[in-house]
Design a protein around this ligand. Sequence first.
Ligand SMILES: Nc1ncnc2c1ncn2[C@@H]1O[C@H](COP(=O)(O)OP(=O)(O)OP(=O)(O)O)[C@@H](O)[C@H]1O
Length: 380
Amino acid sequence: MDYDLVILRYGEIGLKSSKVRSRFEKKLVKNIRASIDCEVDRNQGRIYLFPKDFEECLSKLNKIFGIVSYSPAISTYSNFEDIKSTLSDYVDGLVELGDIDSKTKFAIKCRRVGKHDFSSQQMAAFCGSVVVEKLGCPVDLTNPELTIYVEIRDDDAFIYHEKIEGPGGLPLGTQGKVISLLSSGIDSPVATYLMMKRGCEVVALHFDGAPFTQPKAVENVEKIIEKLQEYASGVPIKTRIIKYGDYLQKCKDDAPEKLTCVLCKSGMYKLAEKLAEDMGALAIVDGSSVGQVASQTLSNILATRYGVEMPILSPLIGLDKIEIERIADEIGTFEISKIDDGGCSAVPRYPETKADIERVREAQESMNQEKVIEETYANN
Ligand SMILES: Nc1ncnc2c1ncn2[C@@H]1O[C@H](COP(=O)(O)OP(=O)(O)OP(=O)(O)O)[C@@H](O)[C@H]1O
């Protein structure tokens, strides 16, 4: 099929005030242009793309947040004669694709914006008769096997038959910056993705626990970031890696063994908070989910956040593992996260599962956590 353009639809952006909407639309267009070579026209709540390479354009649009659906289309003028000849060519293309034949139950849906000397129903009936005349196939408005859309906007008309689902969400970069704690596990890549989907620019922060962890962990994180970059058109993910082995050693040496994991997580939040202040980020993101593993009890989640002032957002907090895995699979990070990274040898035999804030505070003091955090930050 020789398409001329792609029509984009956006959902939530359309609900905003006209000023905000215009800002979001502009950002969306900028993000699209960053990875797709195309001309863009914005008009009456729609974005029209005229790409140089259709295949490439269609493969990238389903990874650009803010787009609810999109349709490759053919354009013509909004009069009976032009619509008839363009629709006739379009139907030839559909026959070639095997999408319609003389037995296909079909419907025409017509939408109109502007003043015309015909109604939408009249145009739909006219287009229906063009197709019937050509192929003799039956019209079925209730259960069509194929719907052909005729969208008329003032002097222009667009014909298409597909509405491809986009990723939804808000345009990346419209909602401020976050520091996302990214491990090579299944959860944090999904948490990062969900915040990107809500329009947040991401700085991915990974803690390299060597010598307690293996180089494979950093390698896997780098592969995950590469995968997530596919969704970051226009606002690439920035990466920071903090060497965390010395901090972990201090936890083991100067605090109760049982609290190593709690102090590890608490240190991550505190370092993320420092980085956020330096990079102008407004929140920290992590992949916590209540009760998912023994270390993620509600009391542990709360105790690890003690002394951190910046909001910590956990978009997976109420999701089941199976729901998280499904998203990880859809976005392509699951396969990478499943690769064994060797784990962390700093984990004690019996890690704390019911951390008490008072005991955590004492442990933070006994290891002089604030000073160690300062040193760790300065050395990275
Ligand atoms: N090495 C690390 N670097 C950066 N963030 C980390 C690291 N380890 C853990 N985190 C953050 O802490 C969260 C909770 O980690 P924890 O190990 O308790 O759970 P998890 O279920 O293994 O998480 P994940 O599947 O994301 O690794 C992670 O989702 C992630 O956001």
